[in-house]
Design a protein around this ligand. Sequence first.
Ligand code: DP6
Length: 418
Amino acid sequence: MAEKWVLMVTAQTPTNIAVIKYWGKRDENLILPINDSISVTLDPQHLCTTTSVAVSPAFTHDRMWLNGKEISLSGGRYQNCLRELRARASDVEDEEKGIKIAKKDWEKLHVHIASYNNFPTAAGLASSAAGFACLVFSLAKLMNVKEDHSKLSAIARQGSGSACRSLYGGFVKWIMGKEENGSDSIAVQLADEKHWGDLVIIIAVVCSRQKETSSTSGMRETVETSMLIEHRAKEVVPRRIIQMEEAIKDHDFPSFSRLACSDSNQFHAVCLDTSPPIFYMNDTSHRIISCIEKWNRFEGTPQVAYTFDAGPNAVLIAHNRNAAKLLLQRLLFYFPPQSDTDLSSYVIGDKSILEDAGVHNMKDIEALAAPPEVKDNTPAQKYKGDVSYFICTRPGKGPVLLNDETKELLNAETGLPN
Ligand code: DP6
């Protein structure tokens, strides 16, 4: 094969937020969890990874670039994904370009991978989930892997556990499985993104100074040292999974909210029960929880659910647009931006919620009244500058192929980053 052709595929994959958390592995190498988990896929318009993958006889080794910077593919997780995909590759033919790749050629051919997140990686917003899901999805297309999304999810799982849930839109369950080889530890879709279209999601990206413990080492330490984690995995989560599936099926927001909040709190409780203890939430996270709890109690029925992953950022799921509007007013009241911040970079994503909230400029934020649930108390305290920005989004669709050449991250002739 002396030809110099480059064959490329580009795809986009969403990130996801767990409402029943995955925390703890029974197999570190295959990434097999100790309990099932359930997530909501976030709208890729606001949070997603785009990945271009290319193959060419001219490539001398597998290479990858993340957000423009070359990174090593030597880690076991990348190697496991690449091996699993190559083993399932099929014949590929592109008549237009005169390219023919036989199944056996994939063992010798090398790939280039370029990946880009449309949100700051440093913000701690599950970039590995969207990243590995996109890598597996796009390579599977390039290599003509004839497997359904569930089988692909089992490959993405070996890159990062939570990545298996990003193979679908809407509401997704990762079934822990029983097999030792992990073949039944797969993600399945519970309902698509249109099933509960009323939900609105607001993410508070919280300012933090400390470097957090990675999920991988955090959950290992929890499994090794916490006595509570076994009770959680064996007794609590199995019941919650059944209840959460029911709540999603029935659009039962009060149950959905109670389960999501309790499960987030229990996940952070097992982190605290780890030795040495792991703190992912900070004072701002705790203030956001108090604000939501107080409001939900005042209304008599939950308006908003909160959930926090391995970091201080709050993911807030509002029952509908009206609840989202009232939520955003509260958030902007308690956490106004620094005076030098401009509003258009403080609330990003679906800005129509900001319109609904009647907030058009900084003056409107200053004019926001204290929410009724605090009126009788002493004047509410404000925490200017404790939130970096808010992202308004919604449940979203699963991975898609992009046919738009302008979205390609690799050069069609050289196979190097654009
Ligand atoms: C708190 O999937 O990042 O977000 O499997 O080791 O890569 P690895 O961990 P990762 O853990 C995610 C943990 C979580 C909860 C969740 O997404 O379910």
